[in-house]
Unconditional design. Sequence first.
Length: 114
Amino acid sequence: QVQLVESGGGLVQPGGSLRLSCVASLSIFSIYTLGWYRQAPGKQRELVATITRDGNTVYVDSVKGRFTISRDNAKKTAYLQMNSLKPEDTAVYYCKAQLQVTYWGQGTQVTVSS
């Protein structure tokens, strides 16, 4: 059974940083496109960033220049480095792995508040 397990969320003050991690139990992790999504209360889940098997990245405009997605295929882990956090970044953050099939993690809460 495939599992994606996120970690690294928490409470941080505006302007602070967090690094999210997503460890995947995928047999061929390196060929999957990985993504981070988030869902704030009362809102739809939205794309934050993706990274392909070749390392190509895409970011939603609201996080460009602040967030960085990366991957370590040897560790079967995806990362989301989040800097200059804002209250509007508060959400549950989910990791996704996609090939012909899509897998989701259970989510990790990020709260940005003073």
